[in-house]
Design a protein around this ligand. Structure first.
Ligand code: SF4
Length: 331
């Protein structure tokens, strides 16, 4: 058995996020510009076979959780084929997908058959007009149809990821939580992070977890922290005292969780990153395409984890955003 992936802060890495494309079928204004985005040429995108080979090697180093992301992963054709490949890897015990849900209704059955169960659907509001204002697309109803189809098929847990931008989504916070209580879907409020392509992020545009908590308690009722949470899970989880509904906060700005980070990321064009905000990254593609053996790839993964910093520096003066925007890294 190989040694686990432990960094210089004694954090064990067993969670791999795989971005399968930088392309997306919507245009959230806080993520990418309306047009003029230069996507990675298709020939530079890892094939399913290359992703599978990398994941098999990473599994031997203790990776046991995989999250498939994008851009928007469902724009990559036949994604169910990749899910089935990943589900067949020894040691991988958990596969999840983060999607914007626009193509979910039509692909849900194939993904379910391929072995996928856990879904996070990105949805900031239940107001179709605000949805269109944020995403610059008129696809709200397709997203809702996707969520309902996934529920019907038995996906679970299904979570909704809602990016909380101040002076934009305040009126959507409580309705989303009510929707989650009604449909047994956990709502995850994500603090707006400095990962957009146009440098729009400002600290005062971040709706903080504590602000949202207060809104929910005023609008619905008291919330209690979930006891004994998994310290390495990024979300702060709460349940409503009346026992109906669960809420999560990804509070990267106000309550960073880097001390327990267990994640590494593979970008669609084959670069390995030890952190969402990393400035540096390591090219794995030339190893996969250059005939490198398993040991060389394992050593490279170890070196990336060994070089990992303590955490993001958003709250420090002189913070430098990563050279890659969110859509080219994946959540
Ligand atoms: S910011 Fe980086 S180090 Fe911190 S939790 Fe996220 S990926 Fe891990």
């Amino acid at each position: 058995m190989e040694r686990p992936l432990i960094d210089t802060y004694n954090r064990i890495h067993d969670n791999l996020r795989i971005s399968v494309t930088d392309r997306c079928n919507i245009r959230c204004y806080y993520c990418m510009p309306e047009d003029g985005v230069e996507f990675v040429p298709r020939a530079e995108i890892l094939t399913f076979e290359e992703i599978e080979r990398f994941a098999r090697i990473a599994a031997k180093l203790g990776i046991n959780k995989i999250r498939v992301t994008g851009g928007e992963p469902l724009v990559r054709k036949h994604l169910d084929v990749l899910i089935a490949k990943l589900a067949s890897i020894d040691g991988i015990r958990d596969i999840a997908l983060t999607t914007n849900g626009v193509l979910l209704a039509e692909q849900a059955e194939a993904l379910y058959r391929a072995g996928l169960r856990r879904l996070n659907v990105h949805l900031d509001t239940l107001d179709p007009a605000l949805f269109q204002r944020i995403t610059r697309r008129d696809d709200f109803h397709r997203v809702m149809a996707g969520i309902m189809k996934a529920r019907e098929l038995g996906f679970g847990p299904i979570k909704i990821n809602a990016v909380a931008v101040r002076d934009l989504v305040e009126d959507s916070i409580v309705p989303l939580a009510r929707f989650g209580r009604e449909h047994d879907i956990e709502i995850r409020y994500i603090e707006f992070m400095p990962l957009d392509a146009q440098g729009l992020w400002q600290k005062d545009r971040v709706l903080l977890a504590d602000d949202i908590l207060a809104m929910l308690e005023n609008g619905i009722g008291p919330l209690d922290p979930v006891p004994d949470p998994d310290p390495r899970a990024p979300a702060l989880e709460y349940t409503f005292r009346d026992g109906i509904g669960k809420i999560g906060f990804i509070a990267s700005v106000s309550r960073p969780f880097c001390l327990n980070c267990n994640r590494i990321r593979l970008t669609a064009d084959g670069n390995l990153r030890y952190c969402l905000f990393a400035i540096e990254e390591t090219d794995i593609k030339h190893l996969l395409r250059g005939g490198a053996g398993e040991t060389e790839i394992m050593d490279t993964i170890r070196a990336v984890v060994h070089a990992k910093w303590l955490g993001h520096e958003i709250n420090r003066g002189g913070f430098v955003p990563p050279p890659r925007p969110m859509y080219a890294i994946g959540g």
